[in-house]
Design a protein around this ligand. Structure first.
Ligand SMILES: Nc1ncnc2c1ncn2[C@@H]1O[C@H](COP(=O)(O)OP(=O)(O)OP(=O)(O)O)[C@@H](O)[C@H]1O
Ligand SMILES: [Mg+2]
Length: 382
């Protein structure tokens, strides 16, 4: 067995002798290099790293946490055990946070404690290194995944636009008359194309959000016009499945500063989920106060399992329910990022637990599934 190589950085000759005597009591081979100075210790460590460094925190040329930082920098792979006197324990704990692996209080030391601490420091350093290695590999893979998502989703979009464009032309009779049955089939194919387009858009946006390149183009727009279009289109899709999509808002219009395409995308992502889960009905409503606009999107489906409520806005996350299958788990995370970028917030709750009379004022009692609330800052004047 190779002797354990120890670098002792200690300026008090009494403490050096004491440490050596403890080491002599142990049964394994060891060899030691000793210096009283931090500078010299850094040179020694850099020229020939040791298995462990025992570092006093009060040296002629270094004091306190600074010594640990310098030592870590000059020899990042070497485990460090700091040594302090009894009244400096707080400093020792801080040193561990700073990068040391363990600490020893000098006047409480014995042979067993010393060797246990050395072994512990060596093992802890090894696992820290392994963890750092894993994190760095994961980061690289994450960056690769983002690049892949960005390239793939971009390249999928163009051919899909051609496919749905041609289908629309067929549906409109441009290439000749088609039977009602063929018309229905073409409509279904267009709907699937639209859904795929939305998925690709979300995939692309995830990589944009990750890279911080999602740009908002804000204009002053009519919120009710925006919502009415979403309700109109969702209702057409819903009716094919026996689901009605209704909007409930006061006639007064609300002008807000938003990126209309992005805000539509965010609300559509929430509405398309509601359509997937609803039994018969999805309701959208709007309420305002002096500063904020609240958009409520509620459905009469089964709701979201309470244990999953906090997770559904996470990327690639779906609740563990039968109807969740099929999607990518991206819609809500993209919606949330867009809403946050507008200075707003969004959350989900289950109406079956509704205690909030405010919600009851705006959503019919028979709607008892999930309810998503989007809050946006109110910009009356733009
Ligand atoms: N209205 C709802 N009722 C019940 N569960 C919902 C509702 N909306 C969302 N969820 C749950 O939240 C999960 C995440 O939704 P999200 O839109 O992020 O992903 P997805 O719809 O599964 O896939 P994608 O939107 O990428 O196609 C859903 O899979 C579902 O489990
Ligand atoms: Mg979705």
């Amino acid at each position: 067995m190779d002797p354990l190589s120890i670098l002792l950085v200690e300026d008090n000759p009494g403490d050096v002798r004491l440490l050596e005597s403890y080491l002599w009591e142990t049964s394994f081979p060891w060899k030691m290099r000793h210096t009283s100075y931090l500078e010299k210790a850094m040179q020694l460590a850099a020229s020939e790293p040791c298995d462990v460094c025992l570092l006093d925190l009060s040296l002629p040329d270094g004091f306190g946490l600074d010594t640990v930082t310098k030592m870590c920098l000059s020899c990042p792979l070497m485990p460090i055990v700091v040594m302090t006197s009894l009244n400096d324990e707080g400093l020792a704990v801080a040193a561990v946070r700073q990068g040391a692996q363990d600490y020893l209080v000098k006047n409480q030391l014995n042979s067993q404690l010393l060797i246990r601490s050395i072994r512990y420091a060596i093992e802890r350093k090894k696992s820290e290194e392994a963890l750092a290695q894993t994190v760095s590999e994961l980061r690289k893979m994450d960056a690769l995944k983002d690049k892949f998502l960005s390239v793939v989703s971009h390249d999928l979009r163009n051919p899909l636009a051609v496919i749905t464009g041609v289908l629309e032309l067929i549906g409109s009779g441009f290439y000749g008359a088609i039977t009602p049955l063929q018309h229905e089939a073409v409509k279904d194919a267009i709907q699937s194309g639209d859904r795929m387009n939305r998925l690709i858009r979300d995939l692309l946006d995830v990589s944009r959000i990750e890279a911080g390149t999602l740009v908002l183009e804000r204009h002053l727009v009519s919120l009710l016009m925006l919502l009415k279009r979403i309700v109109f289109e969702a209702d057409i899709v819903g009716r094919g499945r026996g689901i009605q999509v209704v909007g409930d808002w006061k006639p007064e219009d609300l002008m807000i500063q938003v990126d209309p395409d992005r805000m539509t995308q965010a609300i559509e992502n929430i509405v398309s989920n509601a359509l997937r889960f609803a039994s018969h009905e999805v309701q959208l409503s709007v309420t305002t106060d002096a500063n904020e606009i609240r958009i409520l999107i509620a459905d009469d489906g089964p709701g979201i399992p309470p244990s999953e409520l906090s997770k559904i806005f996470d990327r690639f996350t779906q609740a563990d329910t039968e109807r969740s299958k099929g999607g990518l788990g991206l819609g809500l995370s993209v919606a949330q990022e867009i809403i946050l970028a507008h200075g707003g917030r969004v959350w989900a709750e289950n109406l079956s637990y509704r205690l909030d009379t405010d919600l009851s004022d705006h959503i019919s009692d028979h709607i008892s599934g999930a309810c998503f609330t989007i809050v946006l800052p109110y910009t009356k004047e733009g």
